[in-house]
Design a binder for this molecule. Structure first.
Ligand code: FE2
Length: 386
């Protein structure tokens, strides 16, 4: 696994030795979902998660075959897209997978070069470098396929001043619920099929220049009933993190297998969004109807001081309040983190969200895996999918 180093290249902080520099990534640009009804999904993300109306494209802007609503909260941009006819590949995607993540778009300096470097290394092209232009300037986008039918689109926007992308108009709405403190995307997790994790780990290494900086095997991630394996991939500057999961054999069905059954293939399992006040954020989300996984047993909260050790001194949150809100806590050498997971946000048990607050810790809550998966299994039990 990669060792952390500090150096500066391409004007970015390069923290992972071994990461390749042929694909410098500036950050996540947007996440696009293909959904059955973008108008209603946009209302849900505004009402429940506090996203703000940003941009729109559809019939009124001259687009005849699809409609897209763009939502924003701090650095996070979500795009919700629906087909306007039965022959659209967007409709086919929704028919097969249900509502789900189609595009994980990455912000780059040079979208043509990003496409050339990745396709040269074996990526399948989704979109050749394409220049789009309007009165606000120009954007170059290109794209490649990753796991399942998910794609990465590279976005070069240094010559663009518009609200989102060419073709989009500002979305003005009279309905503007307040934000809940979601700041940026911390990581996005992909679920892949049996025995495919290492294939995708190698793909991210060789095609995207990522490094594997954390691994969890089924001995770490298991409960009495089910198991999974996970490897965390990161780009060189650490801004983009993609854990990759595959199911593992247990007495009962792995939650990853449940996802693969209902999504009908590999895809994005969860999006982790960062906040700097998880207690406040989660209180607001709960009040707005967001459903979270249930809390672990009381003993979990009694053990927190032991698990946190010296980090307990810097902990400002009240453990009683954390338990009331079902927020989980974990620690590593560098600090602690607080996290909580929603139930799936669509009818199929597929995509869900994680809310995370990092207080120095760089991990993913390995100490919570058992409690978390037991909570997921309680939900699987109700769905008859355990
Ligand atoms: Fe996560």
């Amino acid at each position: 696994m990669a060792k952390e180093v500090k150096s500066v290249e391409y004007g970015l902080e390069k923290i992972f030795e071994g990461a390749q520099d042929f694909l410098p990534l500036l950050g996540t640009d947007y996440v696009e979902f293909y959904v059955g009804n973008a108008k209603q999904a946009a209302h849900y993300y505004k009402t429940a998660f506090g996203f703000q109306s940003l941009a729109y494209s559809g019939l009124e802007t001259g687009v005849r075959d699809k409609v897209s609503y763009v939502l924003k909260q701090d650095k996070i941009r979500l795009v919700l897209t629906t087909a306007l006819n039965s022959t659209s590949p967007i409709g086919e995607h929704v028919k097969k997978h249900g509502d789900g993540v189609k595009v994980i778009a990455l912000w780059v300096e040079d979208a043509k070069r990003a496409w050339e470097e990745t396709t040269k290394r074996g990526a399948n092209s989704f979109m050749e470098p394409t220049l789009e232009r309007d009165e606000n300037g120009e954007v170059v986008r290109s794209g490649i396929y990753t796991y399942g039918e998910t794609v990465h689109i590279f976005v070069e926007r240094k010559n663009y001043k518009g609200v989102f992308l060419p073709g989009f108009t500002k979305w003005k709405s009279d309905y503007n619920p307040s934000p809940v403190g979601l700041k940026y995307i911390d990581h996005m997790v992909g679920n892949v099929g049996w025995g495919e994790m290492n294939t995708w780990v190698k793909w991210y290494e060789s095609v995207m220049g990522f490094v594997n900086f954390l691994s969890f095997d089924d001995k770490t991630i298991h409960t009495e009933y089910s198991a999974l394996m996970s490897k965390v991939m990161s780009n060189g500057n650490g801004r983009i993190k993609f854990p990759i999961n595959e199911p593992a054999k247990g007495k009962k069905k792995s939650q990853i297998e449940e996802y693969l059954d209902f999504y009908e293939g590999g895809g994005c399992q969860h999006i982790a969004v960062a906040t700097d006040n998880i207690v406040k954020t989660v209180k607001q989300l709960r009040a707005r109807g967001v459903e979270f996984l249930s809390a672990p047993p009381h003993t979990y909260y009694q053990e927190i001081p032991n698990r946190l050790g010296e980090h307990m001194k810097m902990m400002k949150e009240d453990i009683v309040e954390l338990e009331k809100l079902a927020i989980l806590v974990d620690a590593d050498e560098e600090g602690y983190l607080l996290q909580i997971f929603t139930k799936p946000v669509e009818d199929r048990p597929t995509l869900f969200y994680e809310i995370i607050q990092r207080m120095g810790a760089k991990g993913f809550g390995a100490g919570n895996f058992k409690a978390l998966f037991e909570s997921i299994e309680r939900e699987q039990e109700k769905r008859g999918t355990l």
